[in-house]
Ligand binder design. Structure first.
Ligand code: NDP
Length: 391
């Protein structure tokens, strides 16, 4: 990696904190959850080859692990997009990364609103902690930009609704970055299930989790209610929830859930460490699953129909998916529908196309709102000891 040294960047982060940008305007408002955007040291590996192009121009907001590892390389590997600006609270890190990737425009959280005057930014990708999604999405929409916001959409239903209203008022696209809707294996499975290839859909499961590390900064904010919004269900369980819903045209009519984690675990003072959930659909189909910050390697979905079943294991990792389909009399078929890495590039290309042509996006704000509503209903059920909650 030329020009960038991780140790220098960590040191630069400290210096940056001591000497804020001279051009800084009034500090940004503190969000409803009482949290504010602050620059962080570099974590992750920015040294991934990329290919510049002249395409839909993005500003990436928040240069953290997912931005460096997946979002930036994804945009730069896409067919239709490029990056024209970085938005970061750590100016030194932003400059070093800019030199590495050929990005020359920089904003921080104070100067962010001035992107309104920047005609070289078409779309904004929000890669901040969840508690900051609503504030920065709304500010970007007010600046006249289209916004793709990372999952989960926001901390509360009210925040999601405000984001959707802001997109309507600005007449701009708002998408939630559910990457698996652009991952070829997941897309192919959903198509097969909806086309009736495993007969009538009966039952689905989805498990998603990892073991949270209280000493790793990207996990630390996930364990704080203000920045994380919620716990394991918000951060990781949402993949299984959304993945299950991708395979059916129905919306759930009721949910139930119980919390599932050691209550004396020091990590879970503010957010839940695990949830076991269940959803029922109007047709009688049911789905169940789990999310956890306490188990390793949970990334599985299973789909059962009257004429076959599908196992996805792993279901939605960054770079590898494995899908097998079993039908009576025809054994087990392994599916290799395409390179899972393409999801990051395909997602931004899909959003850019929707923004350019003003056509519906595959994962709109309404989908993000639906999922936050469902998770909130699961929390209500778990708070009531697992009671059935109508949605
Ligand atoms: P990180 O902690 O690694 O990065 C977050 C970045 O946000 C920081 O580096 C910092 O960037 C900026 N930031 C601004 N204010 C704060 C603050 N108060 N505390 C911490 N960071 C702050 O998190 P991730 O990259 O893991 O997650 C970012 C987003 O991406 C989340 O919404 C997460 O849910 C989502 N995500 C999605 C995944 C997917 O598969 N779709 C996978 C992983 C994450 P800077 O220093 O530049 O200001």
């Amino acid at each position: 990696m030329t020009g960038i040294n991780r140790r220098n960047l960590f040191m630069a982060a400290g210096a940056a904190a001591a000497a804020p940008l001279a051009a800084a305007a009034a500090p940004p408002a503190i969000s409803a959850a009482g949290v504010k955007a602050e620059g962080q040291p570099v974590i992750g590996n920015p040294d991934i080859p990329m290919e510049p192009g002249k395409r839909t121009r993005w500003a990436v907001v928040g240069l953290g692990t997912f931005a460096l590892g997946q979002v930036i390389p994804g945009i730069l590997a896409s067919d239709k997009c490029t990056i024209s600006a970085f938005v970061s609270g750590n100016p030194q890190k932003a400059k070093e990364l800019g030199a590495h990737y050929g990005v020359t425009k920089f904003y921080d959280y104070n100067t962010f609103d001035s992107i309104a005057n920047d005609k070289e930014i078409d779309c904004v990708y929000i890669v901040l902690p969840v508690g900051l999604h609503a504030e920065y999405t709304i500010r970007a929409l007010k600046a006249g930009k289209h916004v793709l916001c990372e999952k989960p959409m926001a901390s509360t239903v009210a925040e999601c609704e405000a984001m959707i209203a802001a997109a309507k008022a600005a007449n701009r696209q708002l998408g939630v970055a559910y990457r698996v809707h652009f991952e070829p294996n997941n897309v192919d499975v959903a198509r097969r299930v909806r086309a009736g290839e495993i007969g009538t859909l009966r039952y689905l499961t989805g498990d998603a989790g990892f073991n949270a590390n209280l000493n790793w900064p990207p996990h630390v904010w996930r364990l704080q209610k203000g920045l994380g919004g919620g716990g394991s269900m918000y951060d990781i369980g949402i993949y299984a929830l959304n993945g299950v819903l991708m395979c059916t045209d129905e919306e759930p009519v009721s949910v139930s859930a119980v919390y599932s984690y050691p209550k004396d675990d020091a990590r879970f003072k503010e957010v839940e460490g695990g949830v076991d959930w269940r959803m029922t659909f109007p047709s009688g189909v049911s789905a169940q699953g789990s999310s956890s910050y306490c188990y390793f390697g949970g990334n599985r979905q299973k789909i059962f129909g009257s004429e076959g079943s599908i196992i996805m294991d792993p279901a939605n990792t960054y770079y590898e998916q494995r899908v097998s389909i079993q039908k009576p009399g025809s054994g087990i078929m392994e599916l290799h529908a395409g390179n899972p890495y393409t999801q990051f590039a395909a997602q931004v290309d899909g959003f850019a196309e929707a923004a350019r042509t003003n056509t519906p996006h595959r994962t709109p704000g309404e989908m993000g709102l639906r999922d936050i509503r469902l998770i909130q209903a699961m929390y209500r059920s778990a708070d009531a000891g697992g009671a059935n909650v109508k949605v």
